[in-house]
Write a protein that binds this ligand. Structure first.
Ligand code: OOG
Ligand code: NI
Length: 460
């Protein structure tokens, strides 16, 4: 029998093999990430593994896919449900950038600590919003919806196997093999010719709309390894002559603990594709759809911590508008002034999530332990271990989308946008879209309750 986490790990590995075969620059990114990680491990020792074992980090990937309709999203949810991955978080990218990005998104990922430690594979999943009149007029919307309704992204056999794997939490070996083949195939780039005129019609609205609704299949558009020092990775990729986008998205790299998520990418490469012209002939052309991204993960921030992060970003924007120059220098200065420089401070101020554990080696001096967690940590009764951020950032996601679009696209801001939120998305998928903060908080609270029990604190 193959269990869900084994299916997930095998799927991530096969997707990686497939992607490396199709997009060789991805392999370079993975190699350079591994080299950087080995160097960081050598230089920093155990500290390098504070946010995940080197085994987890080396195997860790996130992918990104894009679909067209709620029905397709429901099917995606079944495929990932088989792998023990659940929809977490709601991201609205429609306003997050200057370019037209007509999608809303969630991320499918494992949610509990044990599963994440086994294999944290996650997929950022976006759904097109044809019903948003700022991007699509009635006629284009109708054509798009008809086109999307007529395609099949996932064969019924794959979905049946997925349902079985989810219900039984495992599959017999032979079925597991079949499931993996079908699932990986569903995310390969299709050789089928692309309808050139239709693709270009959508491209005028948005390159993302064309990528999603202009073809009869879906594909993984990037697969992202995790690196322990993204500034160093950026330098080494540039040295190798791979042109990276001009920034690292997310918090600036500076003194103090890493928080949230930092990401960077290389631009989508032109790939040869067959195009069908209006007279029915097939010509060879090129489309830019797939790219490479890499990320460094830090500590998960609480709602307060995240509010601080968003305020600082706004402050940096404001200053950058007044002082043109290197935005990252500005950001570092702002961060160094306003963000805690130590994990202890992050925890004590309630800005970051941690799990707490009774220190096994504290000499028993007859004193009664204090009851506040900050004091327990300060006096050596308990230790705090950071919880790693497992999710995404809407602004960084928009930045990644945007840096890979060929044109600005079109958004009519005179019209009112269609409104979507996590509740709407839950209804559309037919599964709860989980709140990431609730998940981190649960993990933290669980560990606090355990500490209280072990130290026999009042009320425990
Ligand atoms: C998704 C872009 C967002 C990330 O890591 O923030 C993303 C896409 O291009 O479909 O993957
Ligand atoms: Ni990504």
């Amino acid at each position: 029998m193959t269990s869900q986490w084994q299916l997930r790990a095998a799927f991530a590995q096969r997707l990686s093999d497939m992607y490396g075969h199709e997009v060789p620059a991805y392999t370079t990114l993975v190699d350079v990430s591994r080299e950087v990680n080995e160097d960081v491990l050598r230089a920093r020792g155990a500290d390098a593994e504070r946010l995940g074992s080197i085994g987890r980090v080396t195997a860790e990937r996130h992918g990104a896919i894009r679909v067209g309709t709620p029905q397709e999203l429901q099917q995606v949810a079944r495929v990932f449900g088989a792998l023990g991955m659940h929809p977490v978080g709601f991201y609205d990218l429609r306003e997050a950038a200057a370019s037209a990005i007509p999608v809303i998104s969630t991320a499918f990922r494992p949610v509990d600590g044990t599963e994440l430690a086994r294999n944290p594979f996650r997929v950022f999943t976006s759904m097109l919003t044809p019903a948003d009149p700022r991007f699509f007029d009635d006629e284009l919307r109708a054509r798009l919806e008809t086109f999307l309704a007529g395609r099949e992204l996932f064969p019924p056999e794959l979905l049946e196997l997925a349902d079985r794997a989810e219900a039984e939490r495992e599959l017999p070996e032979e079925d597991a093999e079949r499931f993996l083949q079908l699932a990986v195939h569903a995310f390969e780039l299709s050789p089928e010719p692309v309808d050139k005129a239709w693709y270009e019609t959508l491209e005028r609205v948005s390159a993302v709309a064309a990528d999603i609704g202009g073809v009869r299949s879906t594909h993984i558009n990037h697969l992202t390894p995790r690196v322990l020092d993204i500034d160093e990775l950026y330098r080494r990729m540039t040295e190798r002559g791979i042109e990276m986008i001009d920034t690292i998205q997310g918090p600036p790299g500076c003194q103090g603990p890493d928080v949230l998520l930092r990401q960077t990418s290389f631009r989508a490469l032109a790939e040869a594709r067959a195009l069908r012209t209006p007279d029915g002939s097939v010509i060879s052309g090129a489309l830019r759809v797939r790219f490479g991204e890499v990320e460094a993960r830090g500590i998960a921030l609480t709602r307060d911590g995240r509010a601080r992060y968003d305020q600082l970003l706004a402050l940096v924007d404001e200053q950058a508008a007044r002082h043109p120059g290197d935005r990252s220098d500005l950001a570092r200065t702002v961060w160094e002034q306003h963000m805690p420089h130590t994990e202890q401070e992050l925890a004590a101020r309630g800005l970051g999530y941690f799990t707490y554990h009774v220190a096994p080696d504290r000499p028993r001096d007859g004193n009664h332990p204090p009851t506040s967690i900050t004091e327990l940590v300060e006096q050596g009764w308990a230790r705090a271990e950071p919880i790693v951020y497992e999710d995404f950032l809407p602004r960084s996601a928009a930045g990644i989308f945007q840096s890979n679009l060929s044109g600005e696209g079109f958004r009519n801001n005179d019209r009112e946008g269609a409104s979507y939120d996590a509740g709407w998305l839950s209804g559309a998928i037919g599964r709860d879209v989980l709140d990431p903060y609730a998940l981190y908080e649960q993990q933290q609270n669980h560990s606090l309750a355990q500490v209280a029990r072990e130290l026999e604190l009042d009320g425990a």
